[in-house]
Write a protein that binds this ligand. Sequence first.
Ligand code: AMP
Ligand code: GLY
Length: 430
Amino acid sequence: MRILVIGSGAREHAIVWKLRQSPRAEAIYCAPGNAGILQIAQPVDAPVGGDFSAIIDWARRNRIDLAVIGPEDPLAAGIVDRFEAAGIRAFGPSAAAAQLEASKAFAKEIMAAAGIPTAEYREFDSGELQAALDYVDQVGAPIVVKADGLAAGKGVTVARTISEAKQAVRENLEGGRFGAASRTIVIEECLVGEEASVFGFTDGKTVLMTESAQDHKPVFDDDEGPNTGGIGAYSPAPVMTPELMRQTEERVLKPAVEEMARNGTPYRGVLYAGLIVTEDGVKVIEFNCRLGDPECQVILPRLKNDLVDLMLACIDGRLDQVNLEWRDEAAVCVVMASGGYPGAYEKGKVITGLEAISPDGRAVVFHAGTATKGGAVVTNGGRVLGVTTVDRPLERAIRNAYAALGKIRFDGAHYRTDIGQKALRRLGRA
Ligand code: AMP
Ligand code: GLY
């Protein structure tokens, strides 16, 4: 198989790393990639943007058999539809199915139709400002205001006061805070509980649930400071008991896939369920149409299956013949970020110590925002890289991850020092 991976973050590095372990992977290309990815995949001299004509032409000329799409933006813009029309198998949902992430209102409608547990909500468009403000008064705070469309993970306001909520409503509906993404909003009940992520691989009929993972959003230890795109993760997440995993499979993933088929928007690819564990069991905070990052950095290293086989089974509708198998160990990922992130940060800082981490050793480094400059690897984004280890027990995985991370340096680097502690506390071992 000649494989093309689309994307440039740690998620795509983890995907390429895992695909490479398959004996079926003859050649792997990545567009646009990053410094770490392009050490193990070949570069592509075609852009991914626009209407995807350039990348589709390139894939045709280079006899690509399988395209794997990492991020949500090209999925929502229909890249899988384009590959399929060109006769190239592509892993990921169609544009119509990717609305599950690209439109919060669409996702809530699917959940309502399928009876999937989620926050109570109402949807408002730009002509309904007063009704939206009245709804905030009626429900009270805390309350959550969400821009309907893709807003690079920044479209959600968890408002602690009514005035904060009303300001978010105004900024979205009047100010067009996120452009077209915020012409419609969802206002929903604020749920309380610990969050976890679970993925489903699906061919549109069968859905295979992965093990659980937990992200860390706030930038500082003890969940302090502003939210990031995700600054660390571990798998499994002890908060997800076997009973809660069963609920997730039966009440969330299976009904979602069935409802998407019934709706005429069959879902193939990875379905990401962002969950919150409430007193009434699991509820869905959001669906995403792709693997989560950093969660995939702890999920993929634990997955024993051949990822090429698994993705082809999703595309070809043969998932009923597959079982997922897992390494019975814990995985931990600690993200190193640029100084200032998630606020403003500088790029181009030289990263040293990467060579001290042997690729066959206990730790693996997935690059996120990195580039090559004059023979050196330099920072090129907010989240720079993730250091992942898989080991038993969790304590040892944590220790090894931080030991490896200690060898890597760049100017301004920062990271949380408590990744995994929440899991240890829940296991009574902190
Ligand atoms: P999202 O951008 O949809 O991932 O949401 C960002 C974060 O907002 C989530 O990870 C949650 O921590 C929080 N959030 C979203 N919806 C709710 C909700 N209904 N109740 C409480 N927190 C929420
Ligand atoms: N880790 C959160 C996300 O990928 O959306």
